[in-house]
Design a binder for this molecule. Structure first.
Ligand code: CUA
Length: 367
């Protein structure tokens, strides 16, 4: 029986098609990685096991927290008042058009009557805005106050640093470092301390809060609260270079006890390799240039240029929401990250298959 392809199958087919195209281009460009690229289709076939990258557009009107509720409320107020003005002006235009058709002479006379014209100007140009704008201003002040200050002290503090083009996420109290994923407990106040390592980025989770700039050398703060468990897509909302559009993250809101479990898991150092192939993979990692940029806690790798990989396998995406975190995509990323996300700071790593496969096995254990 033939069934229509589900999103996951379509995704993996797209990924396969792309890999075919990629290989054709790369064969001409990069002969050094050619031998490894031949193994990618096989690895990609395992890619459907992973989670999808959420590419849906999050709406500010689909609010899931008190701050976003306040923004959505303001949006509806402004839409309502704008619609009221449109209805009044449109209604008057229609009225004049209909009346002029019935009694053209009288209406023309009224239209050129200067006193009546002036009265309408005062009414529509001064009195109506003088009533409506203070109403909008009042609601705006209310929202601004609600957005800028948390009503009570934060229960969790998270530091987020914008990078070229990904997000380093640190929990100073819990001593956790991760990337491109912010886990928070549902119903609790979270204080975000935001900064940037390079240029100005902008932090935005439309379903939870308004956006705020991340400025190099400065710390801006924002509070977040999610009222429902779920995954909320976040994006960079300030143009920051070639891969601005591929600078995404996810906020994972879960029940406080699940959040506590996640914290405990992330606090663990990386597990020791348990078999021959993962031992070999760890040697490949520690013996290559990876260690200059990445940290795996519990090993000698302590680089801080790229994301901390101690719990890489627990994360949903690679390269800040660019790819689902699957073995196939990880292989493609390690071998030729510049093709996937041109201009990012990770150089290609030309590894023969006998090194790449153990390396992937090892990275897979970092959950
Ligand atoms: Cu970072 Cu746009």
């Amino acid at each position: 029986m033939v069934t229509p392809a589900g999103p996951r199958e379509r995704g993996s087919r797209l990924a396969r098609d792309r890999s075919v195209h990629d290989r054709a281009v790369n064969r001409r460009k990069i002969t050094g990685v050619g031998s490894t690229l031949r193994f990618i289709p096989a690895l990609l076939s395992a890619a459907c096991a992973g989670r999808e990258v959420n590419t849906g557009v999050p709406s500010i009107l689909d609010a899931r927290g008190p701050a976003a509720d306040s923004i959505a409320f303001l949006w509806w107020i402004m839409l309502g008042l704008g619609a009221l003005v449109l209805a009044i002006v449109g209604g008057l235009l229609i009225y004049i058009a209909v009346a002029r058709r019935r009694q053209p002479a009288e209406v023309d006379e009224a239209l050129i009557d200067e006193d009546r014209g002036r009265r309408w100007l005062w009414l529509g140009g001064v009195i109506l805005p003088a009533i409506l704008l203070p109403i909008v201003f009042f609601f705006n002040l209310d929202s601004l106050a609600a957005l800028s200050h948390a009503a009570r002290a934060p229960e969790v503090i998270v530091e987020v640093e914008g990078q070229r083009w990904w997000w380093e996420v640190r929990y100073p109290d819990e001593q956790i470092v991760t990337a491109n994923e912010i886990h928070i407990p549902v119903g609790q106040r979270v204080e975000l301390r935001l900064t940037s390592r390079d240029v100005i980025h902008s932090f935005w989770v439309p379903q939870l809060q308004g956006k705020i700039d991340m400025v190099p050398g400065e710390t801006t703060t924002l509070w977040l609260q999610a009222d429902e468990a779920g995954e909320y897509r976040g994006i960079c909302a300030e143009f920051c270079g070639a891969q601005h559009a591929r600078m995404q993250f996810v906020v994972v809101a879960s029940a406080p006890e699940d959040f506590a479990l996640w914290v405990a898991g992330q606090q663990e150092p990386a597990p020791e390799p348990a078999d021959e192939i993962t031992r070999r993979g760890q040697q490949v990692f520690l013996g290559s240039a990876c260690v200059y940029c990445h940290t795996i806690r519990g090993t000698n790798a302590t680089g801080d240029v790229g994301p901390d990989l101690t719990h890489l396998a627990s994360r949903r995406t690679l390269a800040a929401g660019t790819l689902p975190n699957t073995r196939g995509h990880l292989a493609g990323w390690i071998v030729d990250p510049q093709h996937i996300k041109p201009g990012n700071l990770m150089p290609p790593t030309s590894l023969p298959a006998e090194d790449l496969i153990p390396l992937l096995e090892y990275l897979d254990t970092l959950d």
